[in-house]
Write a protein of this length. Structure first.
Length: 70
């Protein structure tokens, strides 16, 4: 019996939590954001705070405007 017969029960919840925690980074990678490194770092270090996670989620969702070069 594996850990009281529950590893099959806990594994999906662990995986779901991992995906939800890194959802801003996943969205940023999927949308090919130019600041993906900063998004991943913000998500990794401040994602545990709700404010940091929301900021990390809003950043990859907003539209990238082209940079104007003068």
């Amino acid at each position: 019996m594996h850990l009281f017969g529950l590893p099959g029960f806990f594994l999906p919840f662990f995986g779901f939590g991992f995906v939800m925690y890194f959802l801003p980074s996943i969205i940023g990678l999927a949308r090919s954001k130019r600041d993906i490194g900063a998004i991943i770092l913000l998500n990794f270090f401040l994602g545990w705070t709700m404010i940091g996670w929301v900021i990390a989620l809003v950043w990859p969702v907003k539209t990238d405007y082209p940079m104007v070069v003068r």
